[in-house]
Design a protein around this ligand. Sequence first.
Ligand code: UD1
Length: 365
Amino acid sequence: MHVLHVVGARPNFMKVAPVHAEFRGRSQVRQTLVHTGQHYDANLSDIFFEQLQIPRPDVSLEVGSGSHAVQTAEIMIRFEKTILERQPDLVLVYGDVNSTVAATLVCAKIGTKIAHVEAGLRSFDRTMPEEINRLVTDQLADLLLIPSEEAEGNLLREGVAREKIHFVGNVMIDTLRTLLPQARMPQVTGLGDRYALVTLHRPSNVDEPESLRRILETLTTISESMQIVFPVHPRTKARIESLGYRFENSDRIFAIPPTGYLECLALQQRATVVVTDSGGLQEETTALGVPCLTVRENTERPITITHGTNTLVGTDMNMLLDEVSKVLAGQGKGGRIPPLWDGRASKRIADIVLGVEAQTVRRAA
Ligand code: UD1
């Protein structure tokens, strides 16, 4: 069986790593890895390939940045050629980025089977580009591999056939469990034991100057009671620079470049609290048992709230300050590990993919 994986942006890399590794151990599988080039900076891409030991991509489409339409269309144009040349039996797409939906659209039109890893998550907020990507990808995919049980209800409500849905658990946690022993703190001179890790990159938080300014001012307030480490995503860096904002107390707030995976794990593990708008960090903090305050009005990962350590604070900065005070008073949210976040999701994915192939062959015979 020939399996082709499509990745493009940072949050895809920790998902493909364990699945690709699992298939390497299955003799009946041949693999092709395609990198669309949606993320191209070394600290958003190369460092993850290195640390997660993902083989070099077989195909690099090098699409780069652009508006949603330009980026999605460019991936489609280049990826169509790849599919026609390589003729895989199944394409695996990951998560909810533009590369995910672009590859899915191409495969659906050509008639190539698609498996979606991390299917069925919904924020119910169509102003998020990722929600559009999730909805379209899940309508077109043939195999929907879900990380948590509530995803099944979301898919059934949208008319997806039950037999296409498989509860496999969370592949990000496979990677976390494998690499946690190698987690290492980045060099941040002057950082003490008690700090908040902050990451922000959602357009709804950083593209609107007033929201960004309010968030940055709130971070300055938080930094009076706790140091802050803030790895700054390129999108956010550009927006902060265009605001002309300067953090005043620089020995309290450490704005650093985006970190590698191992550094990000260590920063989360040792943090007093994580303040974020990332999907991945909501899950990783739940797995690590670290309180997480999510600066969004909704989340497509509600299990991190019902089971885990996550609290939605929305864009209400007073609520963010209140929740930080609670953490400082030792009342941070505890949690438990959600079902099938057990480090074996990629094994289940490989079993299902190969089992489905066996069924198809049996039916054809
Ligand atoms: C993308 C994903 C988002 C994911 C995030 C993780 C979509 C719709 N969004 O958002 O779901 O959470 O990745 O990082 O797919 N840039 C660089 N270097 C790069 C890549 C981008 O400097 O290697 C800059 C460019 O100015 C670009 C901007 O970042 O315009 C945004 O990049 P883009 O890939 O469009 O979206 P992200 O915000 O990274």
